[in-house]
Design a protein around this ligand. Structure first.
Ligand code: ADP
Ligand code: MG
Length: 246
């Protein structure tokens, strides 16, 4: 997967994989209008974990959905590192970006109950018509990465919550995305298990050079962030420096 890249001109630059500019999303109209997100600017760099924190209703899910091409802003834009504006691409191109570049992790894991861990992880590759041999190699590799090699044949109900979320992470990574989006991935886990899941996300983010965005309202988990984004009523209110230099 992508590592920090030397761009023409010689300098090593971290071009943000995703850039949000003036991102706003309003739901409803008139008296029922809700400003879910208001004028959010954000750069999501490769190989870094961006944590979005805020109380319930502060706009975390709305922001992640916009970054992941699952929703479109009312105003503002999401720009990809190739210069394309994700938020105004035709739906077919958005689907292509989602399929090839973005892995999604869900709070409720989203596993298919009748499929084994390996079969769940394999689903995105089947959808992409990846050849069988490559599929099994890739599934084995990514199960190893999340520490579940020995549980490949087990179904979700035979796994703990933490293990199920590891399957969810493996499935998100199997098609080698360079963007990982996780909306409260630890929300259904006890705090200790949640911390190990967060550690895993940090590890793959750094080792695979992925641009990760994770939302949480767990204060303990924000310590893992390379960049912290704090939302309140749909606005960015973070005060800490948003970039770290190394
Ligand atoms: P969070 O994920 O931080 O809990 P959300 O992004 O889900 O916050 O929601 C932000 C605000 O937008 C909330 O007031 C919520 O009720 C509202 N909202 C989110 N999605 C919709 C929708 N589809 N229709 C109407 N209001 C919505
Ligand atoms: Mg939410």
């Amino acid at each position: 997967m992508s590592q920090p890249t030397a761009y023409p001109g010689g300098s090593v630059t971290r071009t943000p994989v995703l850039t949000a500019r003036g991102l706003s999303r309003t739901f409803g109209s008139g008296a029922t209008e809700v400003h879910a997100l208001s004028a959010v600017d954000l750069e999501v760099p490769a190989g870094r974990l961006t944590v979005v924190r805020g109380p319930s209703g502060s706009g975390k899910t709305t922001l992640l959905n916009l970054l992941g091409g699952l929703d479109r802003p009312t105003s503002g834009e999401v720009v990809l590192d190739d210069g394309r504006v994700l938020s105004s691409l035709p739906e077919r191109d958005v689907l292509e970006v989602r399929r090839t570049r973005i892995g999604y992790v869900f709070q409720s894991f989203g596993l298919v109950p009748v499929l084994s861990a390996a079969e769940n992880v394999e689903v995105p590759l089947r959808l992409q018509r990846t050849p069988v041999a490559e599929r099994s190699a890739r599934v084995a590799e990514v199960l190893e990465l999340v520490g579940l090699a020995r549980h490949a044949g087990q179904r979700p109900y035979e796994l703990s919550g933490g293990q199920q979320q590891r399957v969810g992470i493996a499935r998100a990574l199997v098609a080698r995305p360079d963007i990982l989006l996780a909306d409260e991935p630890t929300g259904q886990l006890d705090s200790e298990t949640g911390a190990t899941i967060m550690d895993l996300i940090v590890e793959v983010t750094h080792s695979q050079g992925i641009a990760s965005v994770v939302s949480t309202h767990d204060p303990v988990l924000i310590g893992r962030a390379d960049q912290l984004v704090e939302l309140h009523d749909g606005r960015r209110v973070d005060v800490r420096p948003s970039e770290d230099d190394d």
